[in-house]
Ligand binder design. Structure first.
Ligand code: ASP
Length: 329
């Protein structure tokens, strides 16, 4: 197997050459070593669907565009996917059968915007951006967020994903509300971080939240400092998994602060997960959380609680590749 060190040498020597792709097609991951060879522009996003999302983000980054535009365009790919059961209107509904959406966005100047418990609007990330750019506020929720969206040109959309409807009907047979079970199996948020040619960082995070959640439940994804944090002096981080656990430790803010104190993105994500385990002890075996992060040198990393979390990276040296994250358990 190709070691990380070998890859870094190859990438440094032959940036952009085809053989780099072959090296990456092996099951490389972990990123325990410094990887600043990758550098900017760079986009990194959670889970398999990050690959598709990165393509649209990269088009903007590669054309010298702004990281903020890149992350908005990137996560919209997942929001627009009519089959995604975890992001956008196609996502799994709450216990009452309604899909409710959470999203937030943050730029290089500590500007941020967020929407939570938003219904029947296709692109919550763009509403979040509009909250950031057109209001003096950071967060709008529920009916107010929807009203703001409709007043600003977004259209009501009643789309229901047949797969999510079917899953809901199955769930209704028992209507068993077992959050620990749900928390482990019914999630997948897209969080995306990018650094553009000007060295500016931005991030976006969007989700339909936990499947069959209590009506009104909001997770970490729209909460600045929990599901997403960007500090353009230091780095950026985003989260996926059980939002309650991420909020409890102000997860992504913690990751960024750890990077401020000298940790690499990988080490910072790992330290945040370790903090979670310390606090939640045995309970931490029953849920999943994953963090990804990048710093101002273009280094990136990720770490999770349970095996199975991966993330997608696209830069000049990495032709859009999935990386398997190390896990605590
Ligand atoms: N973090 C999301 C939430 O708690 C869910 C997920 O990432 O799967 O709503």
């Amino acid at each position: 197997m190709t070691t990380r060190r070998k890859f870094i040498q190859a990438a440094t020597i032959g940036a952009g050459i085809l053989s780099t792709k072959n090296l990456f097609s092996e099951n490389l991951s972990n990123l325990r070593e410094p990887n600043s060879a990758f550098n900017k522009p760079i986009v990194i996003s959670t889970w398999d669907f990050g690959i598709e999302a990165n393509i649209d983000a990269w088009k903007i980054l590669n054309g010298n565009g702004r990281a903020l535009d890149a992350v908005e365009a990137g996560v919209k790919v997942a929001e627009n996917d009519l089959h995604s059961t975890s992001v956008g209107l196609a996502g799994l509904p709450d216990r009452e059968g309604n899909t409710t959406l959470d999203a937030c966005i943050m730029d290089e100047n500590y500007n941020c915007g967020s929407v939570a418990f938003l219904e029947k609007i296709k692109n919550p990330i763009s509403v979040a951006r509009m909250v950031m750019e057109k209001t003096p506020h950071i967060m709008l929720v529920g009916a107010g967020a929807k009203q703001f969206a409709l007043e600003n040109g977004f259209k009501e959309d009643d789309y229901k994903n047949p797969e999510s409807v079917k899953a809901y009907k199955e769930w209704l047979k028992e209507s068993k509300y077992d959050p620990m079970f749900d928390m482990k199996d019914q999630h997948d948020t897209i969080g995306m971080l990018a650094m553009d040619e000007k060295n500016n960082l931005s991030g976006a995070c969007t989700t339909s939240g936990l499947g069959f959640k209590m009506r009104g439940r909001v997770g970490d994804s729209p909460i600045i400092g929990a599901g997403l944090y960007v500090d353009n002096e230091i780095g950026a981080a985003t989260a996926t998994g059980v939002g309650e656990e991420v909020i409890r430790i102000a997860g992504t803010h913690l990751v960024v602060e750890m990077m401020r104190n000298g940790k690499s993105p990988y080490e910072a994500c790992k330290a945040a997960i370790e903090r979670m385990v310390k606090i939640r002890k045995e309970k931490s075996k029953d849920f999943q959380v994953g963090f990804i992060a990048i710093n101002k040198s273009g280094e990136f990393g990720g770490y999770c609680l349970q095996p199975g979390f991966n993330f997608a990276v696209y830069s000049n040296n990495i032709p859009n590749q999935l990386f398997k994250a190390d896990s605590y358990y």
